[in-house]
Design a protein around this ligand. Structure first.
Ligand code: SF4
Length: 343
C-alpha cells in the first residue's frame, strides 16, 4: 500500500489520471489527505472512487498498534508500525490545553547514548518523510486536538536523516496541511555538526536543542559515544552560528545522572562553555530506563541546579511528563512487549 500523505500536486495528478478520473479529483483527494482523513472518510469522493483508491493507497504510512495513556497528565504514547513491520513510537502531550507531539525520525538510533532506550540496539533504519508526517496526524486524530507544536525528540538522530526531516518540516508548516509555524517546532540533536551547518545554510528556522549532558569531553564520551565523532566544542560553535543566522534561541538539554555528570567540575565546565551566550539550559531529572537504571537520589537535578546557580547560570528544571508510561525523554524504545506489560 502506498501512503498518500506527503505527495506533491503532480503526484496526486498522476494518481487520479492512472485511475481514469477527472483531474479536479486530484485537488479533492489532496485536501482530504492534508486534513488527515482516511479514504473511507472522504465523503466528497464517490464510493466507487474511494474503493478504487483503497486498492493501492492508504492515507498514512503507519498503522496504529497500541496507545498507552498516563491519566494524570493525558500524555499518550503510541506504538506504530511501518509497512515493512518496523515498530516505532511517538508521544502526544497536552500543555495548557495545547497538543505537543514528539516524533521519531529513525527506528532505533545509531548514537547509542548510554542513558537512552532508543539507541540500545542501534539503528534499524531512517524513517521516510511520510512516516514522520503520519505520526503528527495520527496523534492529532487520536487525541482529538490540532497539533500546536512539534518536537523532534523521539527515537533517532534527526540530523542523520536530514533530507526526510527537512521535507517533514516543510510539509507540516504549510498552511494547507498542519500549518505549524517554525517557531513551534524544536529539533533536538546530540551534536551532528555537519547537520547543524546545513540547517543554517538552508535557513530552516526551527528551534534548536542540543543534547549536551556533560561539557567535560572525557565524561561526555562515557555516556555519549558520539562525542568521539561529533565533539561538543564543534557542535556548540555550529549552534552559535545557527543562533546568529536564524535568531532562534538555543536550548541545551542536561539530564542529570547521580555520580556521573553532577559534580562541581561538570557545573564549572558547563559555565565555561556557555559563558557570554544566551542559551537556555534545561535541567532534566534523569528518567531511569531498563538498560541504564542509574541511581538518582530524590533531588539529584535540584542539587546540580544549585551548583549552576552559584556559578550564575540560568536554567529551567523541565517538567516530567509521561514517565509512568515510559514516554519521557530517553525512554522511547519501540518495544511491543513494553506496551503489553503496562496495559
Ligand atoms: S538520546 Fe537521542 S541521539 Fe542519543 S541514542 Fe537516544 S535518540 Fe539517539
Amino acid at each position: 500500500m502506498e501512503p498518500l500523505i506527503g505527495k506533491t500536486k503532480d503526484e496526486y495528478d498522476a494518481i487520479v489520471s492512472s485511475l481514469g478520473e477527472a483531474p479536479y479529483r486530484a485537488r479533492q483527494i489532496e485536501r482530504s489527505v492534508n486534513a488527515g482523513r482516511l479514504i473511507d472518510e472522504m465523503s466528497e469522493l464517490s464510493l466507487k472512487l474511494r474503493e478504487k483508491l483503497k486498492v493501492d493507497y492508504t492515507t498514512f504510512a503507519l498503522d496504529e498498534k497500541s496507545v498507552l495513556t498516563e491519566e494524570k497528565t493525558d500524555t499518550r504514547k503510541f506504538l506504530l508500525r511501518t509497512q515493512d513491520s518496523v515498530l516505532i513510537e511517538c508521544v502526544g502531550m497536552v500543555y495548557d490545553g495545547k497538543l505537543s507531539v514528539c516524533v521519531s525520525t529513525q527506528a532505533g538510533c545509531p548514537m547509542r547514548c548510554a542513558f537512552c532506550e532508543s539507541g540500545r540496539n542501534g539503528l534499524i533504519r531512517s524513517l521516510t518523510s511520510p512516516e514522520i508526517i503520519s505520526q503528527a496526524y495520527i496523534v492529532s486524530r487520536n487525541m482529538g486536538m490540532p497539533v500546536h507544536s512539534v518536537v523532534l525528540m523521539g527515537s533517532g538522530e534527526p540530523l542523520l536523516n536530514y533530507r526526510n526531516v527537512k521535507e517533514f518540516i516543510e510539509f507540516i508548516t504549510r498552511e494547507d496541511t498542519l500549518g505549524i509555524g517554525v517557531r513551534r517546532i524544536t529539533l533536538s540533536t546530540c551534536g551532528v555538526t555537519s547537520g547543524i551547518k546545513r540547517m543554517t545554510d538552508d535557513g530552516l528556522g526551527v528551534n534548536l536543542s542540543l543534547s549536551l549532558h556533560c561539557a567535560v569531553p572525557e565524561i561526555r564520551k562515557t555516556i555519549m559515544p558520539s562525542e568521539e565523532k561529533f565533539p561538543l566544542s564543534e557542535a556548540y560553535k555550529a549552534c552559535m552560528e545557527y543562533r546568529r543566522a536564524s535568531g532562534r534561541l538555543i536550548t541545551l538539554e542536561y539530564s542529570v545522572i547521580d555520580g556521573v555528570n553532577d559534580s562541581m567540575e561538570c557545573a564549572r565546565a558547563l559555565a565555561e562553555l556557555i559563558k557570554g551566550s544566551d542559551c537556555e539550559v534545561n535541567i532534566i531529572d534523569y528518567n531511569p530506563t531498563e538498560g541504564y537504571r542509574g541511581a538518582n537520589k530524590a533531588n539529584t537535578a535540584g542539587e546540580f541546579a544549585k551548583k549552576l546557580k552559584r556559578l550564575g547560570i540560568n536554567y529551567t528544571i523541565r517538567r516530567k511528563l509521561g514517565s509512568s508510561v515510559a514516554a519521557a525523554c530517553g525512554q522511547l524504545k519501540s518495544s511491543y512487549e513494553a506496551f503489553s506489560e503496562k496495559k
